[in-house]
Design a protein around this ligand. Sequence first.
Ligand SMILES: [Zn+2]
Length: 305
Amino acid sequence: MKIFYETGEFPQEARGGDRKSKLYAAKKESVHRFIESLKCIESHYCRKSKYSDRKYLTCDLNITKLYRMYKSDPQNAQLGVKLSYFRNIFNTEYNIGFGIPQTDVCSKCLELREKIKREQDENKKKVLMTEKRVHSMRAKSFFENLRDTTPGLKIIFFDFQKNLPLPKVPDQSCYYSRQLYFYNFAAVEGSSKLPLCKDRVFSYYCTENEFAKNANLVASAVYDRLCKTDKTGITKIRLVADGCGGQNKNCILIGMCSKWLLEILNIKVLEVIFPVTGHSFMPADRLFGVIEKKLRLIEVILHSL
Ligand SMILES: [Zn+2]
């Protein structure tokens, strides 16, 4: 205080200094090392969107569980990292989500809704509103096509379930290792209004070491279904699948359909329908929901059969 009175300046503090940054660096480094050792699933659905580099961990994990796993290593435990510190690094320095990417929120709908909200110019607003109406009408007409119960028409929905990692064991170490994927390809027959039952649902499954998940696999499974399905009194077949280019929306599928049509004489029309992006909830997804709900209750799955 004496110096302040004499010179009008505060004296420099001699105490303190940078003693903690070294400790923090070690903490930070250990959290980074832990997070980077996790094996994430890259998103398949949002490949072209702005979330393209977002990675995903299985939906049965969360930050608290990860923190507990991190703490279970005695080396990390002695650093005394708090959950909030861990959470902060996880959320701000990495782009990792849990569970499957959000596909039920239509990005086009969201985009248009926000644009309409912000647009000041009345004319531009009207254009946007028309665009939104057209978009939702297209989605609506797609769903009407799924509900169609016209006699003589058979609708077949098909889709891949998300990859199911094997083995499923309550052991933390499996999150660090590359698991074996189990592919389940399902075909559901009949209008989307009908309940799911054994004679309408067909499953084609394999593990990733047996077959590659590609257009050929899809075409083979759909061909098999088309050949085996009951065609008495049917004159028109409608195939419905999501518009994933690598799997369903390609010339391999169309080529297979053409071959099949030449073989079967009583079918006059074969339609292939792809949904409006963002509005693609189909009976197959309902089926996968049921399967996943049951799987969640099983703690240990060691093999595919
Ligand atoms: Zn939409």
